[in-house]
Design a protein around this ligand. Structure first.
Ligand SMILES: [Zn+2]
Length: 312
């Protein structure tokens, strides 16, 4: 099975706990990820402002980036930090995983174009405009949800387009989603968001949003956090969310964004970490979905968008 997953919090969790990327007791490590044929993974830099003992989210972002760089240098036999689709292709050809960097919450970059330019130079290729907090760019789905992109938010998105970076709308307000759809020219991402029709949580996407993603050739990654799947959620619920996207024309726009290490042990039964993601494909096979569609969901759809946007 090939896997390209849009979101994990493994870097911030390892950084906070003194764990390592190669092998750790969390949901994802490089040893377990190497079971896949081709393995691409977006690693988020993330810090919440209430994290005790952290000197501030911007400093945490820089600290996690330094940690990520050290870990990549020490594990070059397993995984390579990639900035473009071409670099990922070369990593796969060499039998290595492709690690992409993202930033979850533009406040980690001071919500500024200077911070964004730093992130681009550092090799970050996707940015969530907000996490659960509203910031200078936009309201979030949890705070000031009626507020969309500010002029600063629109300028931030336009600069991301110039740099070949992917705007990530997971955690953004509904108003922000539609402002992004209006502002961004190419495809964008909702890296770890499910279908609100099946689980009415503001973190999830409405049917209209799912259709917009499909229309744009954009991608939504299915989140494994049980609270976003629905109560009692098992692997069947994961497949149900995927099916819902497919019913809305999402064959080219639904992917995986497991939120591993972001949802602790609140994962569906049978999934303890990245090593168990095959059971999602198995469930879809049981429902008679063709192998080609499974490959699109697990790998090709996100790869296509990265190939299209991340060219520098
Ligand atoms: Zn998140």
């Amino acid at each position: 099975m090939d896997l390209f997953d849009g979101h994990c919090d493994t870097v911030s969790r390892c950084w906070g706990r003194g764990w390592r990327l190669r092998s750790n007791p969390g949901n994802l490590d490089l040893e377990r990820g190497s079971r896949f044929g081709a393995w691409g993974q977006f690693f988020a830099l993330f810090a919440a402002r209430e994290d005790p003992g952290t000197p501030g989210v911007e400093a945490a972002c820089r600290g996690q980036y330094a940690f990520f760089q050290r870990e990549m240098a020490q594990n070059g036999d397993r995984m390579v930090h990639c900035r473009t689709g071409a670099e990922a292709k070369a990593a796969f050809a060499a039998g290595k995983g492709a690690a992409f960097l993202s930033v979850e919450g533009a406040e980690l970059l001071g919500c500024s174009l200077e911070g964004l330019d730093w992130a681009f130079q550092a090799g970050v290729r996707a940015v969530n405009l907000t996490w659960n907090y509203a910031n200078a760019l936009s309201g979030s789905c949890m705070e000031e949800p009626e507020r969309g992109l500010s002029p600063q938010g629109r300028a931030f998105c336009r600069r991301m387009g110039e740099l070949g970076m992917l705007v990530d709308v997971s955690h953004l307000s509904d108003a922000g989603f539609w402002d992004v759809a209006e502002t961004v020219e190419g495809p964008f991402l909702a890296t770890h968001s499910n279908a609100r029709a099946l689980c009415p949580h503001p973190r999830n996407l409405t049917d209209e949003m799912c259709r917009e993603l499909a229309r744009r050739g954009a991608v939504a990654g299915i989140n494994l956090f049980r609270d976003f799947l629905g109560e009692g959620a098992g692997v069947e619920a994961v497949a149900d969310h995927i099916e819902h996207f497919l019913d809305l024309g999402g064959a080219g726009s639904v992917a995986l964004g497991g939120d591993l290490d972001g949802c602790g042990d609140r994962l569906p039964g049978g999934i303890a970490g990245v090593q168990d993601l095959e059971i999602i494909a198995e469930e879809l096979l049981r429902r008679n979905y063709p192998e080609e569609l499974l490959h699109a969901i697990c790998f090709d759809n996100l790869m296509r968008v990265v190939n299209q946007v991340c060219t520098m």
